[in-house]
Design a protein around this ligand. Sequence first.
Ligand code: ADP
Length: 468
Amino acid sequence: MNVIHISAECYPVAKVGGLADVVGALPIYQNKLGVSSTVIMPFYDNVFTQTHQFTTLYRGSLSIGSKKIPFSIVSLKKSELNFDLVLVDIPALLHTPYVYSADDTERFIAFQTATLDYIISQQELPTIIHCHDHHTGLIPFLMSHGKNYTALKEIPSILTIHNAQYQGWFDYEHLPLIPDFDRAKIGLLDWNSTINPLAAAIKTAWQVVTVSPSYMAELQVNANGLETLLQHEKQKCTGILNGIDTTVWNPATDQFLPKTFGINNVQSGKKANKKWLCKRYQLDPKKPLFVFIGRLVREKGADLFNDVFTQALTENDIAILLLGSGQSDIEDRIKELITPLKGTFNAHIGYDEQLSHVMYAGADFLLMPSRVEPCGLNQMYALRYGTVPVVHQIGGLKDTVIDISKNGVGFVHQQLTVSAICKTISRATKFYSETDKFKKNRILIMQIDHSWDSSAASYISLYNSLIH
Ligand code: ADP
C-alpha cells in the first residue's frame, strides 16, 4: 500500500505546531507496519532546506489565473527521516523562511495544484491520498471533480482535521486560481457564500478524521461555523487520537537536554534540567516549577495568562516559566509581567525547539488551559518526561488526562476561568509538597504508552476499509 501524506508542515523540515509533529511521525510508524508512506510538502527557504541535498524528480509549470509559474518537485537525496520526503519547489511563492503568511490563498492553491500535477504524472498512482488541514483541502475536491485529475477519482482521499478553527476561507474573486473543475460542482467549494477549503474537503474526502475522539464530538456543536456540515457528514467522520514519536521524545536519549534521564534516575535527572532552567531564567529551583509551552493565542487560553499568573503567584509559593509566540498584543502583555514578577516568573517570547525539550524535562507541572485543543501533544510529551499536566477538560486533553482524584495522572479543571485555573494550580502545588506521592507519580506517568503504534494501526485499518 502506497500512501501519500500532503501537508504544509512536517517535523523536522518545517514546524509551527503539532501538525508538523504528527506528519513527521505517523509515516515512520506506518512504514514500520508495512505501509509505504511518503510526505509531500512545500519547499520553504529554511535551515532544513539550506542544509540538505535534493534530487529533482519533475519539472512543470502552473497556471495561476493568468500567470505561468514554473515549479519543480525534489526529493531528499538520502532518506534521513525514515520516510520518503518530496518537496514542491515553487520559488515565486514558497521560497520563504516562514510557513504561513498573508498571501496563503495563492501559495497553497499553487502548492496543491503542483502536487496533483506531479502525482498524476507518475506511472504508479498511490493507493491512498491523505490530506492534512485546510491547506490541502482542495485536493479531495479536485481529485473528484478536477478536469485534469480524473485518473485520481477512484483513489480514496482522507482528510485529517488537526484544527477546525482555521479553514482557509477566500472570496470568489480568487476562484480563477483553482484549476479547472466541473462547474456543476461549485457548491461543494462553498460554505456561507465564501470558498472554504476545509468545508470542501469535509464534503468531498472519502473519510474525515479528527485527532481525538472527544474533539470529533465537540465539533458537532462548536466548529467555527461548520457544525451543521459535520453533523451532516457524521457517518464518514471518526476520531483517532494522535500519538507521539517516542524516539524524538525520549528523555533517556534526548540530545537537547543538559542531562538525559530514565525511570531509574528520574529524580536527579529532572533536578539537573530544572537547575539549568532556573539558572538561565533566574527562578528558585526549590519552588515547584510550572511551565507553559505553545502558541500565544486565545485558543490556548493565553488571553487569561496575565491574570492567572499574577493570582497564582500571589496564592502559591511557585515559579512559572513560559515559552511561546503568537498574537502580538498577548506577547506584549506577557512581557510586561517579567519585571514586576522577577524571580518567580519569566518568559521566552519566540520559538525554540531545544528550550521546549528542556522545559518538558525540567518542569514539575505543565499548564494547558486551552479553550480549544483538538488533541494536544504537549501533555503527552510532559507525561513522558515525568511532568504533571494541569489541563482544561477539553478535546484531546479530556482523552489523555484524568484528574489525580479519580485515579488519574494530572490535574483537571472543568471550567476555563481564572479562579478555576488558580484553584487547580493550588491543588497541584499541594500535591508537590507530598513528596513521596509526587515522586512516585513521576515514575508512573513516564511509563504511559502514548506512542503512535496503536494510532498508526488505526489509520491503516481505515485505509483498508476504503480500499476494499
Ligand atoms: P498546536 O498544534 O495547536 O500548536 P500541539 O499541542 O498539537 O499544539 O503541538 C504543539 C507543538 O509545538 C509541540 O511540539 C510544542 O512543543 C511545540 N511548540 C509550540 N510553541 C513552541 C515554541 N514557542 N517553541 C518551541 N516549541 C513550541
